[in-house]
Ligand binder design. Structure first.
Ligand SMILES: [Zn+2]
Ligand SMILES: [Zn+2]
Length: 429
């Protein structure tokens, strides 16, 4: 058995892992790396057409963003995943096609990619690329899955995982059996703050601003944290822990909210029960408002909370709000997620006094707050997860920068054979 990373080795982004033995072969994830420029997986010349089977862990573009390109380049793969993933991939690829830079596929390729997607339930057994495959809950976003493959050996690929569980999702499945574990290490050198503390800080920051008569902007990634934050705010407002103000949702975060609602059977049981067995549906809460494009300025009139894309201020309606609200020191922007180097979000957190939006210098007088609500596991959670796998002999660490992966490799090497592969390196399993 052989493993090759065409992306996602010693980096976060463009996850694409090839697993092959005799007559079996499958690609695990097929993403792009988004940054100042888009980087594709490093497939060798002529390789793409050989890809017949692709299993997808979840909808984030660093795991799915290259699927339509594959189709555009003439490949005819079958894709496998959870139904929520198929639906979310559909809106994310369509949006990426519309607003992305240097896009080499069109709307028809997106439709064709989605048409090639076969969906399964968690734990359902099916065959893909000659392997016997099962998908297990990964706890990262709705529909996110770990992929368990059985060929000559048992292999578990985590994709992105969270062990904690959230308002909507159970934490990832534990204690599975595998000879080889391909594991993410985004936060392999970092312990994440407790969810409870982060939520308490979020509520405190919002209350302060509303009391002063200000507006709160929460930039959000379109799928995952955005929905979690919206539902969290709704429940705090309903219980009276937050003052009743309008919660505006704008941009892709709103579209993804619809798909979350349609696929609620992939959320944890208590959420499903609450929605299906009572009239109490948090997704259609009276606190949520959707501004029309031309009404965005009306939103600015009274204190409110705006949750909108994009998460690192690289585009989307958040820029319109920031432009209108940044002059007033009563207002506040709250960052809840990772801000990559070079983005406006990172510049603001590093202390910039102004940012450029549509070729205008926008002065920042509003307050700035930061907290971490992550969909990933921190270092000790990842280590615990690995130690829980039964029969485990070998670990391949991916989806993390070199520093994170090395930090995780060290404690694991005491018990397992650990590889931190380089791009295109062949790892024997
Ligand atoms: Zn992800
Ligand atoms: Zn990822």
């Amino acid at each position: 058995m052989k493993f090759i990373a065409y992306g996602g080795a010693r980096e976060v982004g463009r996850s694409a892992f090839w697993l092959t033995e005799k007559k079996r072969q499958i690609l695990l994830d097929c993403g792009v790396k988004l940054g100042e420029k888009v980087e594709d997986p490093q497939f060798p010349e002529g390789f793409e057409k050989k890809i017949k089977d692709v299993a997808i862990t979840h909808a984030h573009l660093d795991h799915s963003g290259y699927l339509a390109s594959l189709v555009a380049h003439g490949a005819k793969p079958v894709m496998y995943g959870i139904k929520a993933t198929k639906d979310l991939v559909g809106i994310l690829l369509a949006d990426y096609q519309r607003i992305g830079k240097d896009i080499d596929f069109d709307e028809r390729d997106v439709s064709e990619a989605i048409r090639r997607f076969h969906t399964y339930q968690f734990k359902e057994k099916f065959r893909a690329g000659g392997y016997e495959v099962r998908l297990y809950n990964a706890g990262h976003i709705l529909g996110s899955a770990m992929i368990h493959l059985e060929g000559e050996k048992k292999v578990l690929y985590t994709g992105d995982i969270s062990t904690r569980g959230t308002r909507l999702l159970d934490g990832c499945e534990r204690d599975l059996r595998a000879d080889v574990l391909i594991m993410e290490g985004t936060y392999g050198d970092e312990e994440l703050p407790g969810t409870r503390e982060s939520i308490a800080k979020l509520i405190k920051e919002i209350k302060e601003t509303i009391k002063e008569g200000g507006h709160v902007i929460i930039p959000s990634f379109s799928v995952g944290r955005g929905q979690e934050i919206l539902l969290l705010l709704e429940s705090y407002m309903k219980s009276g822990a937050l003052p009743h103000v309008k919660i505006y949702m704008d941009g892709m975060v709103r579209k993804a909210m619809k798909i979350y609602r349609q696929n609620i059977i992939y959320a944890k049981e208590e959420v499903q029960k609450r929605i299906l067995m009572s009239a109490d549906d948090p997704f259609s809460s009276k606190h949520f408002y959707v501004p029309k494009r031309r009404d965005r300025k009306d939103v600015m009139e009274e204190p409110c909370i705006i949750v909108c894309t994009s998460g690192m201020l690289s585009g989307g309606p958040v820029l319109t709000y920031l432009k209108e609200l940044s002059w007033n020191p009563k207002n506040k922007i709250i960052f809840t997620g990772y801000q990559a180097e070079g983005t406006r979000g990172r510049k603001i957190l590093d202390g910039a006094k102004s940012v450029e939006i549509d070729e205008n210098e926008v002065k920042l007088k509003l307050k700035i707050a930061e907290l971490r609500l992550s969909g990933h596991a921190g270092k000790s959670e990842l280590l615990q997860f690995a130690h829980g796998i039964k029969g485990l002999k070998k670990i391949i660490l991916v989806h993390g920068d070199e520093k994170s992966l090395e930090a995780m490799a060290e404690p694991l090497e005491k018990k397992y054979e650990v590889v931190v592969p380089r791009m295109l390196e062949e790892v024997k399993i």
